[in-house]
Ligand binder design. Structure first.
Ligand code: GTP
Length: 303
């Protein structure tokens, strides 16, 4: 004994098994260390993971209806659940069954009856690995200064939303936001104050959007983008107004601006089935941002 299994304290683990007795055995050996949840079918597992993604899934292979392999494949195909590690636990010890589990996207394979000690070690190791990969993924996709998503993630997210938007026929809105007279802000208050200002603006932008699919990213320098899925022109305009209010509420003094305070300009582009944007959404939003800049700043332009 003396082994410490709590590297990832109270991680959430989902057990998927159609036999309550198996759930009972596994859950009894893990509840002291982890938050253990259980469902009895592949369909319930997918629903659970979409609503409250656990850190790890222990998946039975054979289940009536959607079996473990199909459930794992479905989890791997969905962007919200694809990074949840799935460990298969099965009565089949043959290499064919094992191959099917790995091919479905499983990260591990244990045969019944499960050796509880082995199970705990394997879980601990997978959770430690997930912690590191989650952190690396976060660093790869987040802007280090403002903590909002970076340009790389924005490109991926927008491409994904465009595809969804084409399939559903719903509208997709994009806002480009740029701080006004930011060069003179840096020149007057210094670069560190400029960095603080960027952080405040990023927070104000994040506070301006409410839906889970709404997305804020730093496009580069003092320019940010906001992606609003399933949002039409009037929805995009109301978000732009909210952004202007939030930025005004920051009350950051800016002596080099005619407005006396930090403000921003916004270009809005919306694509939908009826009035598809000519060309690229980013390009359209950028052109309108430029127009907002050249016609006074501290405003938004939508068409
Ligand atoms: N502090 C700080 N400044 C940055 C950062 N990234 C870009 N900038 C500054 O943002 C300023 C952008 O200046 P310009 O592109 O001339 O735009 P502007 O002064 O805001 O003028 P308008 O956009 O026309 O209102 C430059 O001085 C950059 O150095 C950053 O990460 N931190």
């Amino acid at each position: 004994m003396g082994e410490n299994f709590t590297t990832v304290n109270r991680a959430n683990i989902l057990i998927v098994d159609d036999e309550p007795i198996n759930i009972h055995i596994l859950s009894n050996s893990l509840t002291e260390i982890y938050n253990v949840f259980a469902v009895t079918s592949g369909t319930e597992a997918i629903d659970f993971c979409l609503r409250t993604p656990p850190e790890l899934v222990l998946m039975d292979m054979d289940m009536p209806g959607v079996d473990g392999l199909a459930a794992c494949l479905a989890l791997k195909e969905c962007s919200e659940t694809k990074d949840i590690p799935v460990m298969f636990i099965t009565g089949h010890g043959d290499s064919g069954a094992e191959d099917r589990c790995w091919n479905a996207g499983g990260v591990d394979f244990l045969t019944k009856p499960v050796n509880v000690n082995t199970l705990k070690h394997r879980i601990k190791s997978h959770l430690a690995l997930k912690l590191v990969t989650d952190e690396l993924r976060r660093m790869a996709y987040q802007d280090g200064l403002t903590q909002v998503s970076n340009r790389r993630y924005f490109d991926e997210y927008l491409a994904r939303q465009k595809k969804l938007n084409q399939r559903s026929g719903h509208s997709l809105a994009l806002l480009m936001f740029d701080i006004d007279f930011f060069k003179s802000f840096n020149d007057h208050y210094g670069h560190l104050a400029g960095d603080d200002c960027l952080k405040l603006v990023a927070k104000a932008l994040t506070d301006s959007v409410v839906r889970p699919a709404d997305f804020v990213a730093r496009f580069g320098g003092e320019e940010f983008t906001i992606v609003l899925p399933d949002t039409d022109l009037s929805g995009a305009i109301s978000v732009a107004e909210k952004i202007q209010t939030e930025i005004a509420m920051l009350e950051v003094n800016h002596i080099g601006s005619p407005f006396g305070m930090v403000t921003g300009s916004i270009g809005i582009a919306v694509s939908d089935n009826t009035s598809a944007e000519q060309g690229d959404l980013v390009d359209s939003a950028d052109k309108r941002l430029y127009l907002a800049k050249t016609t006074g700043r501290n405003k938004f332009i939508a068409q």
